[in-house]
Write a protein that binds this ligand. Structure first.
Ligand SMILES: Cc1cc2nc3c(=O)[nH]c(=O)nc-3n(C[C@H](O)[C@H](O)[C@H](O)COP(=O)(O)O)c2cc1C
Length: 344
C-alpha cells in the first residue's frame, strides 16, 4: 500500500503518507503564548507515532495579522521558548512537526489587534461575515515588510526545533488575498496578471529561502483555485504551483482559495480539491498534499493510488478522534494482509 511508503520533503524523511493538516487549536493564552493544554492537544494526536507528519495550526507572524483570540504567536523572539515545547511534544512521540505561519490580512480581527486590517485592496473576502470592516489597502511600504515578517517567523520556527514551516496562502488569508482577482484590484506590480498577484508570495518564499538552511522544508498551503465565478481557476492554480516550486517550495499543500477549505456540494467526496491537486502533481516535481473530507485511511489510500497526491491530509477526523491514526493504520495493514493472503 502507498500510505505506508516513506517520502522525502526537502531534507526530511517522512515515515508514511498520512499528515495531520493545520487545525487551529484555540488553546494558546490571551497573548498567544503556548500553553500546556496546547501541547497536550498535539501530544494526544501524535501519540504512538502513527502519523507521517503533524502540522500545527496557523501562528500569527505579527500582531496586525492576528485572526483570533487564543491563536498562537510566532511574532516575537520571546515566543521561541514556548514554541520549543510545542515542537518537542510532537517529537516525543517520534513524529516530525511543521508549524504554519500566517498573516490574516483583511480577515484579522481589529478588536484584538487594535489596528484596521490590511489587504491588497479595499475589498473583503467573498466569504467575510456581513459587516466585516473594509480593510485598508496596503502601501508599498506595508508590502515591503511582509517578506521579512515571514522570514523572521521561519527563523524562530527553526530555532524552536520545528522540522519545517508552512506558508499560509489559502483560505482567504493575506497572501491568498493577493493571489485572487476577487480581492486584489491593485494597479501596481502586485496586481493585475497572475504573475503580479503571485509576486508577494514568491518574495516571501525567496526571503525565507535566503534565511533557512538549504534543505530545511518549506511548504506552501496554496489556495490556488477559488472555485467561485471571477476567481482563480484550476489552470491558475497549476501555474501558481509551478511558480511556487521554482521559488524554492519543497511541498505544495493544495486547499481552497476564496471558497476557504470547504467545497459546497462535494461534502461526500473525500479529497474534494483533487481536481486541482491532480494536475498540480503532474506539473511539479515536489510532493503534493491533498486535504478536505478525508475521514478514513482507506479514502486516503485510494487518493494516493489514484495519483491525486503524494501525502493525504486529515483535519477534523483527527481533531475529533485523537487516536484516528492508530485505528486507521491498523485497519489498512489488516486489509493489506488480507489482499496478500488472497493473492498468495
Ligand atoms: C477548527 C478548524 C481550524 C482550522 N485551522 C486551520 C489553520 O490553522 N490553517 C489551515 O491552513 N487550515 C485550517 N483549517 C482547515 C483544515 O486544515 C482542513 O483543510 C479542513 O478542515 C478540511 O479538511 P478535513 O475535512 O480533513 O477537516 C481548519 C479547519 C477547522 C475545522
Amino acid at each position: 500500500m502507498i500510505f505506508d511508503q516513506p517520502l522525502a520533503v526537502g531534507g526530511l524523511a517522512l515515515r508514511n503518507r498520512l499528515v495531520m493538516v493545520p487545525v487551529a487549536t484555540g488553546k494558546a493564552d490571551a497573548r498567544g503564548q503556548v500553553t500546556a493544554a496546547l501541547c497536550e492537544h498535539y501530544a494526544a494526536r501524535a501519540h504512538g507515532g502513527h502519523l507521517g507528519l503533524v502540522e500545527c495550526g496557523h501562528h500569527f507572524i505579527c500582531e496586525e495579522g492576528r485572526a483570533t483570540a487564543r491563536q498562537a504567536s510566532i511574532a516575537r523572539d520571546a515566543d521561541v521558548e514556548g514554541l520549543k515545547r510545542e515542537a518537542a511534544t510532537v517529537h516525543d512521540q517520534g513524529v516530525p512537526v511543521f508549524v504554519q505561519l500566517s498573516h490574516a490580512g483583511s480577515a484579522a480581527t481589529e478588536a484584538l489587534t487594535g489596528m484596521r486590517p490590511l489587504a491588497p485592496s479595499a475589498a473583503t473576502c467573498p466569504g467575510a461575515k456581513v459587516g466585516h470592516p473594509l480593510p485598508r489597502p496596503m502601501s508599498g511600504d506595508d508590502i515591503a515588510l511582509i517578506p521579512e515578517l515571514f522570514s523572521a517567523a521561519a527563523r524562530r520556527a527553526c530555532a524552536a526545533g520545528f522540522d519545517g514551516v508552512e506558508i499560509h496562502a489559502a483560505h482567504g488569508y493575506l497572501l491568498n488575498q493577493f493571489l485572487s482577482p476577487l480581492t486584489n484590484q491593485r494597479q501596481d506590480a502586485y496586481g493585475g496578471p497572475l504573475a503580479h498577484r503571485a509576486r508577494l508570495l514568491l518574495e516571501v518564499l525567496a526571503a525565507m529561502r535566503a534565511e533557512l538552511p538549504s534543505d530545511y522544508p518549506v511548504s506552501v498551503r496554496l489556495g490556488g483555485c477559488d472555485y467561485l465565478p471571477g476567481g482563480n481557476a484550476i489552470v491558475d492554480a497549476v501555474k501558481l504551483a509551478r511558480m511556487v516550486e521554482a521559488s524554492g517550495a519543497n511541498l505544495i499543500s493544495v486547499s481552497g482559495g476564496m471558497c476557504y477549505y470547504g467545497r459546497p456540494g462535494y461534502e461526500d467526496m473525500p479529497g474534494w480539491f483533487a481536481d486541482s491537486s491532480t494536475p498540480i502533481r503532474q506539473a511539479v516535481g515536489v510532493p503534493v498534499l491533498l486535504a478536505g473530507g478525508i475521514k478514513t485511511g482507506m479514502a486516503a489510500e485510494v487518493l494516493l493510488e489514484q495519483g491525486a497526491c503524494d501525502l493525504a491530509g486529515v483535519g477534523r477526523a483527527i481533531l475529533n478522534r485523537p487516536t484516528w491514526a492508530r485505528r486507521e493504520t491498523t485497519k489498512l495493514r489488516a486489509a493489506s494482509g488480507r489482499m496478500e493472503d488472497n493473492a498468495g
